[in-house]
Design a protein around this ligand. Structure first.
Ligand SMILES: NC(=O)c1ccc[n+]([C@@H]2O[C@H](COP(=O)([O-])OP(=O)(O)OC[C@H]3O[C@@H](n4cnc5c(N)ncnc54)[C@H](O)[C@@H]3O)[C@@H](O)[C@H]2O)c1
Length: 316
């Protein structure tokens, strides 16, 4: 297939950098946009002639219009992806997710882009009683972040209906892998645990550790985006889970990390946090049916690759 002209928003973020690398390796011409609010500028250096970068806020209509100009496909990752951060700063979360998305969708519709593939979130399910999480279940967001990600989906679907802009919203389930930031109050759980345990420190669990997550390896999320972006038929604003279809408790995660790292660290249990969901597991049938995606990386293998990358970073 000939290379496409693609806009990747949030290209300097954790998932964005993995996706960018893969898109360039597949021969696509990629324009990135990032405001570096959480992204890492250093990792975008020397990416070659098929990559160009616009620095700025996607919520700025002029930047969004410049970013989509001449692009066939848009992959939209830019957001402030953190539940606790959204509880502390709900307005910031809405601006970075909802308003930026509406600005992008309007620019993409005007520019005649063929499709927008956007990152949605499993947090939209919240405390829904339907388990495993099926896309047809009514969402019940528990945090401003979850509400903002849900609103993004609604806007993308509405732009398909009222402006004919094809789109799909991929609800990622707890993504992990090399390059995820292990530090700070908003770090994702696997990156935080590896950071602590690799330094010989006990991991901190909020709650009893029995809570479960469908942890999805970042390379699988990259594959899902490629499959959705390049799918030959319209995806019509659909919402689709992107998960592994398996779940693991935090205690199980710590056991596996102890095994991989050769440590025997016991967790420290802290009070449960508001906005956190108890259990999460994707029903993965729709992604398979709609655009043939299935996660391929076993959990332990994903953890081994993530730990190995972390230990390499520490050594150099
Ligand atoms: N990591 C996960 O487990 C997970 C789970 C579900 C959904 N998601 C979604 O996936 C996407 C990517 O997540 P990530 O983990 O790579 O996050 P990240 O914070 O590493 O990356 C987000 C990127 O977007 C940029 N950005 C934020 N607001 C912007 C704006 N207004 N204009 C331009 N750039 C902006 C940031 O600087 C950053 O580079 C997000 O939409 C997130 O909601 C992530």
């Amino acid at each position: 297939m000939p290379g496409k002209k693609i806009l990747l928003t949030g290209c300097a973020g954790f998932i964005g950098r993995h996706l960018l690398e893969r898109l360039l390796a597949e021969g696509h011409a990629v324009r990135g946009i990032d405001d570096f609010s959480t992204g890492d500028r250093g990792r975008l250096a020397a990416l070659g002639k098929d990559f160009d970068l616009i620095e700025g806020d996607l919520g700025d209509p002029a930047k969004a219009a410049a970013a989509v100009r001449g692009r066939e496909l848009v992959i939209h990752l830019a957001s402030r992806p953190s539940v606790p951060r959204s509880l502390a700063h709900p307005r910031e979360s809405a601006l970075a997710s909802v308003l930026a998305t509406v600005t992008l969708l309007e620019a993409a519709a005007r520019a005649g882009a063929a499709r927008v593939v956007q990152a949605a979130s499993s947090s939209a399910y919240g405390d829904s009683p339907v388990f495993p999480r099926r896309e047809s279940a009514p969402p019940r967001p528990l945090s401003p972040y979850a509400a903002a990600k849900l609103a993004q989906e609604a806007y993308a679907a509405a732009f398909f209906r009222c402006r004919g802009l094809d789109s799909v919203s991929l609800r990622y389930f707890n993504v992990f892998g090399p390059g995820q930031n292990p530090a700070g109050p908003y770090a994702a759980v696997i990156a935080r645990f590896i950071g602590l345990m690799a330094a010989g420190r006990r991991p901190e669990i909020y709650g009893d550790g029995g809570q479960t997550r469908d942890f999805t390896y970042v390379a699988d999320v990259v594959e899902a985006n490629l499959a959705a972006a390049l799918h030959p038929r319209p995806l019509e604003g659909e919402v689709v889970n992107v998960g592994s279809g398996r779940r693991h408790s935090l205690r199980e995660l710590i056991d596996l990390l102890n095994d991989i790292l050769g440590t025997s660290l016991e967790p420290v249990c802290l009070p449960a946090r508001p906005g956190d969901v108890r259990d999460s597991l994707a029903e993965v049938e729709k992604a398979r049916r709609l655009f043939g995606f299935e996660a391929a990386t076993p959990f332990r293998r994903g953890l081994e690759l993530t730990v190995a990358a972390r230990l390499r970073e520490n050594r150099f």
